[in-house]
Design a protein around this ligand. Structure first.
Ligand code: HEC
Ligand code: HEC
Length: 286
């Protein structure tokens, strides 16, 4: 009973937080520009045709100046410890074939340029979309005969961050047509479904209320162009699925599993909502 009362009050608190503020105008997103090591990364673009949004904003725009600063040079970005680890892994032979990533893909900046911007991406072999995580693991198991890394293993987070970094500044370009179509529809259904004790959808917060405050947090569009992100709260890198799970738990919903088909569909759909935004991996969030 007590728990029920508490969560009902919380629901009222959440609704109140939204109503207290006016609808979003561009000025509500901090209008600072993001320069990383003097190269501008666009954090704000007119949405492509067919988008439910008029404008796309990177989550960076909604963070405090202190958090924003951490992303403006690679020495200050705490996500770069993982990049250094992944650069070593890239060159390390593992598995029965005695191969490293470099054996087949050469230097990472050559071999992986622009790759992550297109993920999730259809795989005929799997008969479903590949996320970058499952794609890296396919090379590990099938081409190296090495063990797969777990979704949230430090090695996997580091490697997907390193691969993502090779697309930094390039526009997200996830395909929604062909065999991806049914997955996009499934992801969209999940995005708009009201769930949990608070009876809310992703869209209630990230489409209808971005720019507003929810408790102490400035709501963004929930874009994933910076993933895996370094979160100060996590003290390390985390995947999109970890973030989705956290958001579902916050509205007291039963979260889907990390690596589940539901989260793969949701990831594909959310990624496609950011088509055209610049990749920022590894971004820094609070
Ligand atoms: C024995 C050779 C080999 C090794 C070793 C290897 N790969 Fe691959 N990898 C390939 C080939 C070939 C493809 C393209 C497969 C295809 O899609 O037809 C590929 C594709 C990929 C892709 C997808 C590229 C795209 O354009 O979508 C990623 C990401 C990738 N590899 C990452 C890695 C990583 C990370 C490692 C090390 C952990 C690794 N690979 C090790 C051969 C290899
Ligand atoms: C009750 C409001 C609420 C709901 C509902 C919600 N989120 Fe969030 N979400 C937040 C808050 C608060 C943050 C942290 C601030 C921010 O980036 O918006 C956040 C952050 C995120 C981020 C990180 C964005 C970045 O730039 O790093 C993603 C991605 C995200 N949410 C996706 C989702 C998805 C997908 C759903 C539906 C399953 C969802 N959220 C539901 C409140 C919500």
């Amino acid at each position: 009973m007590k728990f029920y009362l508490k969560s009902t009050l919380m629901a009222l608190g959440v609704a109140g937080a939204f109503m207290a503020t006016t609808s979003f105008v561009a000025a509500d997103a901090d209008d600072h520009k993001l320069f990383i090591d003097d190269v501008e990364i666009l954090t704000d673009i007119a949405a492509p045709e067919g988008s439910p949004l008029d404008h796309l904003y990177s989550g960076w725009r909604f963070r405090s100046p202190e958090t924003q600063d951490l992303q403006t040079d690679d020495f200050g970005n705490p996500g770069f410890a993982a990049i250094t680890l992944a650069e070593e892994l890239w060159d390390t032979a593992e598995g029965a074939k005695g191969k490293s990533c470099a054996s087949c893909h050469n230097d990472v900046d050559e071999g992986m340029k622009g790759v992550s911007a297109a993920y999730p991406k259809w795989s005929d072999k799997l008969g479903k979309p590949h996320t970058l995580v499952t794609r890296v693991n396919e090379c590990r198991t099938d081409r190296m005969e090495a063990k797969a890394w777990k979704w949230e293993a430090p090695e996997m987070l580091a490697m997907t961050a390193l691969v993502g970094l090779q697309s930094r500044g390039m526009p997200v370009a996830v395909k929604s047509d062909g065999p991806m179509k049914s997955w996009m529809e499934k992801g969209k259904d999940i995005y708009y479904a009201r769930v949990g004790q608070l009876n809310m959808s992703c869209a209630n917060c990230h489409e209808q209320n971005f720019g507003n405050m929810i408790r102490a947090d400035h709501l963004s569009q929930g874009q994933i162009n910076g993933f895996p992100v370094y979160r100060l709260k996590w003290g390390g890198l985390g995947s999109t699925h970890r973030r989705f799970k956290g958001c579902m738990k916050n509205i007291r919903a039963k979260a889907f599993g990390v690596g589940s088909d539901e989260f793969i569909a949701l990831e594909a759909y959310v990624a496609s909502r950011g088509n055209g935004l610049a990749v920022e991996t590894p971004a820094v969030r609070n």
